[in-house]
Design a protein around this ligand. Structure first.
Ligand code: SF4
Length: 186
């Protein structure tokens, strides 16, 4: 293992800490970000390294949720808003994914330090989503369907975990990293 990932837990003589994050699929796999003829959602290549690297360095496990849009509609897929996805089929898929994320932790009780969404998404946005406003897709404050379902499941399990919105925009990334670093040091 490289020095970069030789984190503190390995150096301690005691038991490793079982800390995890629950995250939106595309933070580890940007290929699920929507693309369509002539366009696509803002994305980078591979994983969002700025977020994944500190998690590895601090020895935090990663629970990657399924991408509901990719599962149901594949990629390429048309650009859609939160309102377009406001259907029983899509909301049920989001609920299933959120329930599965909770099932992953319920019999082992790791410390869930954060859930990470992806800003701008109709599904995974935390502070910023995409709505249909006057017939056109537009940025709007608010969360996406999957984050809403996850928040609900966490509430029902009594889990008071912060949900952080990762964004590729500079301001959003630095806010997300600042929040994450604080939690990682805890
Ligand atoms: S639905 Fe969520 S996980 Fe899938 S590409 Fe969009 S933001 Fe990423």
């Amino acid at each position: 293992m490289s020095d970069t990932f030789h984190h503190a837990a390995n150096e301690s003589a005691g038991s490793p800490r079982d800390r995890v994050v629950i995250l939106a699929h595309c933070i580890m796999n940007q290929s699920t970000r929507a693309r369509w003829e002539g366009g696509g959602a803002t994305r980078t290549e591979g994983a969002v390294e700025e977020i994944i690297t500190p998690l590895l360095e601090h020895g935090v496990g990663i629970i990657q949720m399924e991408c509901p849009e990719q599962t149901l509609y594949g990629n390429p897929r048309p650009p859609r808003s939160r309102d377009d996805y406001d259907t029983p089929e899509f909301k049920e898929k989001c609920r299933e994914i959120a329930v599965r994320a909770m099932q992953t932790i319920e019999n082992s009780t790791p410390e869930v330090i954060a859930a990470l969404g992806f800003e701008g998404s109709p599904s995974c946005g935390v502070e910023r989503t995409t709505r249909t406003i006057k017939g056109s897709r537009a940025e709007s404050p608010g969360e996406g369907h999957l984050i809403e379902a996850l928040r609900q499941e966490m509430r029902e399990k009594g889990l008071d975990t912060p949900i952080i919105g990762v964004g590729l925009r500079e301001g959003e990334m630095s806010i997300a990293l600042g929040k994450l670093e604080t939690l990682l040091k805890g």
